[in-house]
Write a protein that binds this ligand. Structure first.
Ligand code: DC
Length: 232
């Protein structure tokens, strides 16, 4: 039996899942995979190439060599060896990414890639919207992170300000609500709480507590599987 665990972390935009997922991966020495970055990368390329037709976007997803490098707590994103780490966080990508994520065949391609990325020797912390429901339904640990929309908007606004991007709190909130609606209401792999997932409301608990809650679940899963964990 492989000496590794799969930790699935899902939740809406701005719920704080990346912050906790990164810290948990670092503490466990596990691979961290931000699947939202993959949907964002395809969206950015589709915008850049001015593609609107589903067939063209599908071909783009099939042909693009996407690579995520997790170094010193940060994910670097490459498409066909060109770095697009900053480009995929732009407001234009935020506004369009949920539309691209609705396309069933684009999802199939990215889900397959995510399964390959997560099935190596090393344990993995993977975050997204459908990790515990679709990508790894047998994940050892499933976490669902939530936070109030006001709290999530405040966090995103701060991220933009730090990058020098000027956008009002109202605009950020509008985009979050619209993405929530599309991500949760879409036909294929909508954002829902996976069976057996532990719900963590990040408006109410500190980052340290969130990480501890997740690590406790990881320890329980490791005991169950007889896996020796090394927590840094
Ligand atoms: O986590 P994020 O905000 O960077 O994700 C960007 C978008 O990608 C999100 O609005 C929905 C989509 N997404 C998805 O459909 N499935 C995933 N597993 C991850 C992200």
């Amino acid at each position: 039996m492989p000496q590794k665990l799969v930790v699935a972390i899902d939740g809406p935009a701005g719920s704080g899942k990346s912050t906790s997922a990164i810290l948990v991966a670092q503490k466990l020495g596990y691979l961290y995979i931000d699947t939202g970055a993959m949907y964002r990368a395809i969206t950015f390329l589709a915008i850049k190439k001015n593609l609107h037709n589903e067939e063209e976007i599908l071909r783009l997803a099939e042909r693009t060599d996407l690579k995520l490098d997790f170094i010193e707590g940060k994910t670097k994103v490459f498409a066909d060896k060109k770095e697009i780490t900053e480009d995929i966080r732009m407001p234009e990508v935020n506004a369009y990414v949920s539309e691209i994520s609705k396309i069933e065949n684009v999802r199939k391609i990215l889900v397959q890639k995510q399964r390959e990325m997560g099935s190596g020797e090393r344990g993995v912390v993977m975050e997204g919207r459908d990790i515990g429901t679709v990508v790894f339904p047998n994940a050892d640990v499933k976490i669902f992170m939530t936070a109030s929309v006001d709290e999530r908007a405040k966090r995103r606004k701060k991220e933009y300000s730090e990058k020098g991007i000027n956008i009002t709190l109202e605009e950020v909130k509008k985009n979050l609500l619209s993405r929530d609606e599309i991500d949760s209401g879409r036909e294929f792999s909508p954002l829902t709480i996976a069976g057996g997932a532990i719900e963590v409301n990040t408006s109410e608990v500190s980052i340290e507590e969130q990480v501890n809650i997740i690590l406790e679940e990881v320890k329980k899963a490791a005991n169950k599987k007889g896996i020796l964990l090394r927590v840094n």
